[in-house]
Write a protein that binds this ligand. Sequence first.
Ligand code: 5AD
Ligand code: SF4
Length: 449
Amino acid sequence: MKTDKENIFIKSYGCQMNVYDSTRMSDSLGHEGYNETGQMDDADIIILNTCHIREKAAEKIYSELGRIRLLKQKRSEKGLETTVVVAGCVAQAEGQEIIRRAPIVDMVVGPQSLHRLPEFMKQRVAGKKVVDTDFPEEDKFDIFSSGEKKLSASAFLTVQEGCDKFCTFCVVPYTRGGEYSRSVAQLLTEAENLVSRGVREINLLGQNVNAYHGEGLDGRDWSLARLLEQMAQIDGLERLRYTTSHPREMTDELIGLFAGQPKIMPYLHLPFQSGSDKILKAMNRKHTGEFYRDIIAKVRKTCPSIALSTDIIVGFPGETDQDFEDTLEMVRKVTFSTAYSFKYSIRPGTPAADIAQQIPENIKSERLQTLQALLNQQQANFNKNSEGKVLPVLFDRTGYKDQQILGKTPYLQSVHVKGSPRLIGSVHDVLVTSGGPNSLEGDLVMPQT
Ligand code: 5AD
Ligand code: SF4
């Protein structure tokens, strides 16, 4: 048993999946008597929960570790020990190499082994390094405890991890491993726990969330649509979302929920990556531009007001001006309320890294700028079109200004209104008075006394 409380500092990089994993780490270590701190300097244990998806992720971690080395040294001069942990996808990809390059690191723990952290912590022996980048048989979600802390109105819940799609640019199948879906029973228990702690909106997470196929309540595999239907029965849960979806897994059943299940929010994040069929093939996306547009047409027919979001990569190896034009054309035809766009970045070990015709950096930057100008315009139009509408807003935090509260519309737009912090944690109608490029402003329709 531990007696004195050690401080833990967790820094999270990258995707929502990582933010979620960090919360679970903090919950489960909190359970074991560790104390979370917001200050790295105060920490006895520093955890970097890393992301490897784009750009020079590993290099960023090594430079952060350089800073931590000095901190560890200073603390050691004061007789204080510091345990440094590198967790997440960079840990998975680099393994032992991290300790070789940064000997101050004590533990390297891949995303599938995070639940072993409390055990690793207890068994710590000064100078003994731990490297765990296995894909263990046991389920990390079983072992992570559910916690009792009061939560914000909107929460994430990982339902599925990993990916078998092997897009040629992507490291996820290597760092997060193959697809794995959690059981419906386990997810319902966790969702009920979240709702009992104040959560009103749950965003189901997965790298390929709509490929979900976990064990259902009847022992058979259930689809994401069935899971959502079941979860929607939870009293007190008002909103459900899911992300990220793959076009090939967008079933009619799932699309139908946009009309048939009022708790499913009218928002869909569906990456298309490129508008060129030649590039889509080289990316191993297993869908064409036409296939994507057909899905969008079905979704729009089911839910005309839906807000669409996407991921796009520019400058994939071999992308010509015409291929890029096809991407712009896709954006013009579909129109998105928000989008995430990236310059292709080489991930060593993925097939696209070996393609000879890499695109020069300046062309990638130019294309990204052109694309983002179009996307920003579409986002601004989408927000402008909300002016004059009354939308239900789930308030989840206070703003910077006095008496200002912030929340989200069903379309995932941020809204600022003047109102009492007592409204945080519930849904109220707001008349949108102004739609800016990044957020909305509005007035409560029935100001509370
Ligand atoms: N280069 C650029 N963008 C990438 N993404 C994934 N891998 C890469 C890469 N190597 C983008 C994709 C994906 C999003 C999460 O990150 O658009 O959908
Ligand atoms: Fe990566 Fe493609 Fe899987 Fe998405 S679908 S996680 S981009 S391999």
